[in-house]
Design a protein around this ligand. Structure first.
Ligand code: FAD
Length: 457
């Protein structure tokens, strides 16, 4: 006997949970199915535990400069304490997510779901069959592991959250935000850390000055950067893993982590049976209202590959519920999405990079680099950077890029005026708050340089 719902959500991560809750508030009878833990990647093994680890690792930077403020610190770090406290917090959050769903009458089912048709789902463990007029796929993604000999010796971000002990050294393969964030976490906690990346600089897609700045900052923290190189093979040698690189060098590491990207979860749960089409890049193809090629089935979040960020998945989930259960079609605007890398130094950006903006006509670039005030009593020479890219002669602000303390917090707020189409004059109108780093954004006098006819002048 099948059980009937208005909506079945597969995947209780950022997008699925929000969609289920909003649909339920509109009176829909909703079941949400999760095969691992409620909260999904962000809460269980992504943003949240990552940021807690980032906080832990940043104490080392503070201890380094504490002496210049007169402090004597005898600091020792205990990894099991951090992991246990993090696990406690994640369990609390998971319980809160379940409670919030159940409070709205959503049925939370812990099982793996397989689509058996346009409107039906079978549960792997229990064998239950559920039916609904509408199905939402919010199945997220998983780390991609290169197919090389010895790959099983490596870990991904999933396992990094549960290591029994910190390795003496780690090699992280990749150049994206996960690689950079985990490198600064491990280095900050005292692990000898190396990044190997096939490209020529970390954080592809970010503004070139930010990429350069973060590269320097990583090296200042003792992180070794090996560019234009791949990992070819891993083999065990005693307690270590010997890594063979594409430049024929072999070197031992205490651990190896793959941060080589993520693939969408699109296989093994009946997308073909339900006639759900994929994009050439291997994500679920959707229209602006998150509808798949099957009109009864929608998809949101990472599995659609539009933007792999939690707030975007949440927005897409809410927009889906508005569209399908409140007779109010809402399309999410995917332009102007701010993004942060919680590395040390921190990086955050919104809008066009300088290189992208040059293709939009004449532009002005306002750029400043300085030692953050917190470092000025110490010998720490690291500089922070703030950059505004505007249309020429005080025109619209096209992009803002920040490297240094609180970069993400600042970008979160400038996202508001920039999204409203603010001009340089609008920024200038704001009174500076002193002493802050952010005041630089409203006190730029003349452009640091300009592009006229695509040429830097
Ligand atoms: P997910 O949260 O991945 O949820 C999908 C769920 O579906 C999973 O729980 C999975 O178990 C379940 N599932 C899959 N198939 C089935 C099935 N057949 N049956 C039942 N259940 C199924 N984003 C940010 O915005 N900021 C950050 O700082 C940030 N840091 C990150 C750090 C790391 C290490 C990682 C890996 C990601 C990070 N992200 C961050 C990205 C963020 O976690 C994702 O964008 C977000 O979780 C996507 O939500 P989602 O709902 O699409 O999928």
């Amino acid at each position: 006997m099948s059980e009937a719902f208005d909506l079945i959500v597969i995947g209780a991560g950022s997008g699925g949970v929000r969609a289920a809750r909003v649909a339920a508030t509109y009176g829909a009878r909703v079941a949400i199915i999760e095969e691992y833990r409620v909260g999904g990647t962000c809460v269980i093994r992504g943003c949240v535990p990552k940021k807690l680890f980032v906080y832990a690792s940043r104490f080392s930077d503070m201890f380094e400069i504490a002496g210049s403020f007169g402090w004597t610190v005898d600091a020792r770090f205990d990894w099991p304490t951090l992991v246990a406290n993090k696990d406690k917090e994640i369990a609390r959050l998971e319980a809160a997510y379940v409670a919030a769903l159940e409070k709205r009458g959503v049925g939370v089912i812990r099982d793996r779901a397989i689509l058996t048709g346009s409107n039906s789902v079978e549960l792997v463990k229990s064998g239950r069959v559920l039916e609904a007029k509408t199905i939402l796929l919010a199945t997220g993604g998983h780390p991609y592991i290169p197919d090389i000999p010895g790959k099983e010796l490596g870990i991904t971000s999933n396992e990094a959250f549960h290591l029994e002990k910190l390795p003496h050294s780690i090699l992280i393969e990749g150049g994206g935000y996960v690689a950079v964030e985990f490198a600064t976490v491990f280095a900050g906690l005292g692990v000898d850390t190396t990044i190997v990346y096939r490209g020529d600089c970390v954080l592809r897609g970010f503004d070139a000055d930010l990429r350069q700045g973060v590269s320097v900052g990583l090296q200042e923290r003792g992180i070794r950067l090996i560019y234009e190189t791949n990992v070819r093979r891993l083999r065990k040698s005693g307690d270590d893993i010997v890594v063979s690189f594409s430049d024929e060098v072999d070197a031992p590491f205490g651990a190896v982590m793959f941060a080589t990207g993520r693939n969408a979860n699109v296989s093994g749960y009946g997308l073909d049976v339900a006639g759900v089409a994929l994009t050439p890049g291997g994500h679920i193809a959707v229209d602006e209202y998150s509808r798949t090629s099957n009109p009864a089935i929608y998809a949101v979040g990472d599995v659609t590959g539009r933007s792999q960020l939690t707030p975007v998945a949440i927005r897409e989930g809410a927009a889906f519920a508005e569209t399908a259960f409140n007779n109010n079609p809402v399309a999410v605007d995917h332009s102007m999405i701010g993004t942060a890398v919680f590395s040390e130094p921190e990086v955050a950006s919104i809008g066009l990079t300088e290189a992208e903006a040059t293709t939009h006509g004449d532009i002005d670039v306002y750029l400043t680099r300085f030692r953050p005030m917190i470092n000025t009593l110490s010998t720490k020479s690291e500089r922070m950077m703030l950059k505004l890219v505007t249309l020429a002669n005080g025109g619209m602000v096209l992009g803002c890029h920040i490297l240094g303390p609180s970069a993400a917090e600042m970008i979160q707020l400038v996202a508001i005026p920039i999204g409203m189409g603010a001009t340089k004059a609008d920024f200038d109108r704001a009174m500076a708050m002193h002493p802050t780093a952010g005041e630089e954004l409203v006190t730029f006098k003349t452009p640091t340089y300009r592009y006229r006819g695509g040429v830097k002048v």
